[in-house]
Design a binder for this molecule. Structure first.
Ligand code: HEM
Length: 406
């Protein structure tokens, strides 16, 4: 059986439009087949909030030690001691501790002025433009620059890093499986060859960044090898780049198309920006997480067998009416705005969530202060601007019209 789970073969949503807006299908599944078995790939699927949350946090029943996964990485490439995600507690705690230092509130406080400076530079670069591509100008360069600097990789190489990251985030599909796998292996090799000498150099002359920290860190009394540090760095770049780009692009898409009037509301009260970001995460995240069933169970009323895969459809859980009143509406004033599962739940809760939130908050705050209004360009058709990714269909570019402050 194929080790990569193909979600589009489960949903049978084939058009770009239906993959970009899968929400009607999610609703249908919540109502009619909330626990659904896909026999073709031998995968269980859960769509309700309660179930998805249980899959994410109950590591005794649902394990992260997986042989098959919907994360589209070439075979075994991430299976090493430094991978924080593919392991269960208690071992998980030690691996997570290696990286968590960099994401404490204190470390982030130190990063805030640097992120603000990167944002200010990107916004200054929009000067004098009346139409701009918010992806090219902000949503793509910000996260890749931040994560490169955090790791200690030259941010001048951000285009190179972004191009490898794009390929590693390509989903597999049935038709072009071999070709995509080949591209991924090549990207992984190039990325590794690029990072290896950087890691060796930092081991000799450590500075204040995550790669240097990882070269010094110990796991069970042993330092990580150069190879393990490289894979850890690729893992962090992979986890923190496209995800945050998608968040920032979705913020602008929601302003333009999901909630007319919200831009002026944010301008009149920028303290609403964090709520805006949480609601975008709830409303438009179509990424999902998988686990291996760790023991036979009928916890969801169906017989699941040890070794089978189970997918928590987070995008569907986020629209479950039993958790979120008027879930299909975009509402930045909902009381339980942080309850979405877009950052996961339980021991594997996203390590980079505070960083992603901070980047999006600084970027949106600076933007709304700078521009009087934004509008979609005439004749905008979303399907012409999408590309497939492991996060579902994602905006590749998003042209917008801007009015500068008078
Ligand atoms: C909007 C942006 C982001 C989203 C939606 C997101 C989403 C997620 C989710 C759902 C998980 C849970 C995985 C699981 O349950 O197996 C996760 C884990 C993780 N994320 Fe994020 N993430 C984002 C940004 C970032 C950033 C900026 C970084 C770091 C630079 C990062 C690093 C990680 C790491 C290291 C893990 C693994 C944690 C563990 O397994 O203990 N993420 N993320």
């Amino acid at each position: 059986m194929n080790q990569n789970i193909l979600l589009n073969e489960i949903s049978k949503l084939k058009s770009k439009q239906s993959q970009w807006e899968p929400f009607a299908w999610y609703k249908e599944m919540r109502e009619n087949s909330p626990v659904f078995y896909d026999a073709e790939q031998d995968v269980w699927n859960v769509f309700l909030y309660e179930h998805a949350k249980r899959v994410l946090f109950d590591h005794e029943l649902f394990s992260n030690k997986k042989e098959r996964s919907l994360i589209p990485t070439p075979s075994k490439s991430f299976d090493n001691r430094s991978n924080v995600n593919m392991v269960d507690p208690p071992e998980h705690r030690k691996r997570r501790a290696l990286q968590s230092q960099a994401f404490t509130p204190r470390s982030l406080k130190e990063w805030e002025p640097r992120i603000q400076a990167i944002v200010d530079e990107l916004i200054a670069d929009m000067e004098g433009e009346s139409t701009l591509d918010i992806m090219e100008k902000l949503a793509i360069p910000l996260p890749v620059t931040v994560i490169a600097e955090l790791l200690g990789v030259p941010s001048k190489d951000r285009r190179l890093i972004k191009s490898w990251s794009d390929i590693l985030f390509l989903p597999y599909n049935k038709e072009a499986f071999v070709d995509i796998d080949q591209q991924k292996r090549q990207a992984m090799k190039e990325f590794r060859d690029y990072l290896f000498p950087i890691v060796q150099e930092k081991r000799k002359h450590p500075v204040d960044d995550i790669i240097s920290d990882l070269t010094k860190a110990e796991l069970e009394g042993e330092q990580l090898t150069d190879e393990e540090v490289v894979m850890s760095a690729i893992g962090l770049l992979g986890a923190g780049n496209e995800t945050t780009t998608k968040l920032i692009s979705n913020v602008f898409y929601c302003i333009l198309f999901d909630k007319p009037g919200i831009y002026q509301e944010l301008r009149s009260d920028v303290s609403l920006v964090p709520n805006m970001i949480e609601e975008v995460l709830r409303f438009r995240f179509t990424a999902h997480m998988d686990r291996r069933v760790a023991q036979d169970t009928n916890v969801f009323g169906h017989e699941m067998k040890e070794g089978q895969v189970i997918v928590a459809w987070i995008g569907s859980a986020n629209r479950d009416e039993s958790e979120f009143a008027h879930a299909e509406e975009f509402d930045i004033h909902r009381p339980n705005i942080q309850h979405h599962l877009s950052f996961g739940s339980g021991p594997h809760f996203c390590l980079g969530a505070p960083l992603a939130r901070m980047e999006a908050r600084i970027a949106l705050t600076a933007f709304v202060k700078r521009f009087a209004d934004i509008r979609p360009v005439a004749g905008f058709e979303v399907t012409e601007h999408l590309a497939d990714s492991v996060l579902g269909q994602s905006l590749e570019n998003l042209p917008i019209m801007v009015d500068h402050n008078k």
